[in-house]
Write a protein that binds this ligand. Sequence first.
Ligand SMILES: CC(=O)N[C@H]1[C@@H](OP(=O)(O)OP(=O)(O)OC[C@H]2O[C@@H](n3ccc(=O)[nH]c3=O)[C@H](O)[C@@H]2O)O[C@H](CO)[C@@H](O)[C@@H]1O
Ligand SMILES: C=C(OP(=O)(O)O)C(=O)O
Length: 419
Amino acid sequence: MAKLIVEKSAPLKGTVKVSGAKNSVLPIIAASLLAQETCVLEEIPGLKDVEVICEVLESIGAKVNSSKKGIIEIHSSTLEHFEAPYELIRKMRASFLVMGPLLARKGRARIALPGGCAIGTRPIDLHLKGFQALGARIELGHGYVEAVADKLIGNKIYLDFPSVGATENIMMAATMAEGITMIENAAEEPEIVDLANFLNSLGAKIKGAGTDTIKIQGVKELKGSKHTVIPDRIEAGTFMIAAAITGGDVTILNALPDHLKPIIAKLRECGVTVEEYDEHVRVKANGQVMATDIKTLPYPGFPTDMQAQFMSLLTVASGTSVVIETVFENRFMHVDELKRMGANIKIEGRSAVVQGVDGLQGAQVKATDLRAGAALILAGMIAEGKTEISDIHHIDRGYVEIEEKLRGLGAKITRTKDE
Ligand SMILES: CC(=O)N[C@H]1[C@@H](OP(=O)(O)OP(=O)(O)OC[C@H]2O[C@@H](n3ccc(=O)[nH]c3=O)[C@H](O)[C@@H]2O)O[C@H](CO)[C@@H](O)[C@@H]1O
Ligand SMILES: C=C(OP(=O)(O)O)C(=O)O
């Protein structure tokens, strides 16, 4: 299997451009199933996950044209099937996001249960609770969940936790339900706002996205539209840490400071300079990084998807940091790998206590999940010697041309070919 080889690099310098957001594009592609006319999506990142969701759409009967780089055209006027098989759901949990649109379009959806993954058990109870509240009957069996509804009817739905996926799935299902749906304790992530903006461009009537209460007035039909996906705030955050950890000075283009508030605040607490502009940020290191504490929370709190990368930075900070993971119950898989590189980290329940060390050493390590993989690249750039990262298919799920982009900033990183 291919590996990434990372060597100790000079301070990163220069400019890098962030791609469209993975976590926006996946629900938006799923939402295209709701449209009777063509949808044209722009700023599409060339990611493995995007290929998988397009395969899911095609398996349902949508026509997907991705011949132009960065643009996808989707035609969903006729949908032949209402089922997404295990082979596709297994590849990517976010495939489950086709359930809401299929239920709205076909009155029926049969989707393989996604199951857990390296970062937690990741149940879908809140998605199902929402569909039931809209009038769907839910049946579970043989590893599949089936939802059926002659007609969806708007309702008030309170989410026990502001789940991103549940908010998206319910919002999509409700676009064509009869009457008004209110989602309370909804997720407030920028990707929810992007999805709502896309749905509204198709003719949906959604208000309040980006707050904890989303109101959806059902409409009869959705048309087509053209939409540009927002920048990936997690990719931007990863480059920000890359600048900070190597003692560099990097300008990150296509990065919205408004979406990066907790990352900017925490980097400043570490003593790093962050300059904010309309659509870019500049990150400049100022010598030794200082320890700080982090607690992951739903947006606008510190994102769980940046926890592993920030921890890499804290491994070499002066002093002791505490990192608390509250969103996923098992998102510390990178800790053992960082410890193999000489980090001093102790896990106590949902907290990791990171005692800064003078330096890291290169080692053979494994990307246990997407962001764990990104964290190891960051650690590899400051470690003495060579770091060899295996299982990099996880990294390719969420980062476009990561080694080319980092090399453009002066990093020493190469990919070995598949054996
Ligand atoms: C494709 C995508 O957008 N992925 C993101 C999305 O994942 P995803 O949408 O899966 O994350 P959720 O916000 O749903 O999950 C947050 C927490 O809620 C729990 N939960 C969720 C649904 C449910 O029905 N029941 C339940 O208990 C989960 O197990 C987890 O502990 O948001 C996460 C939290 O910001 C990010 O880490 C992921 O990168
Ligand atoms: C956890 C992540 O993604 P997904 O929900 O697609 O697994 C992530 O992007 O870090």
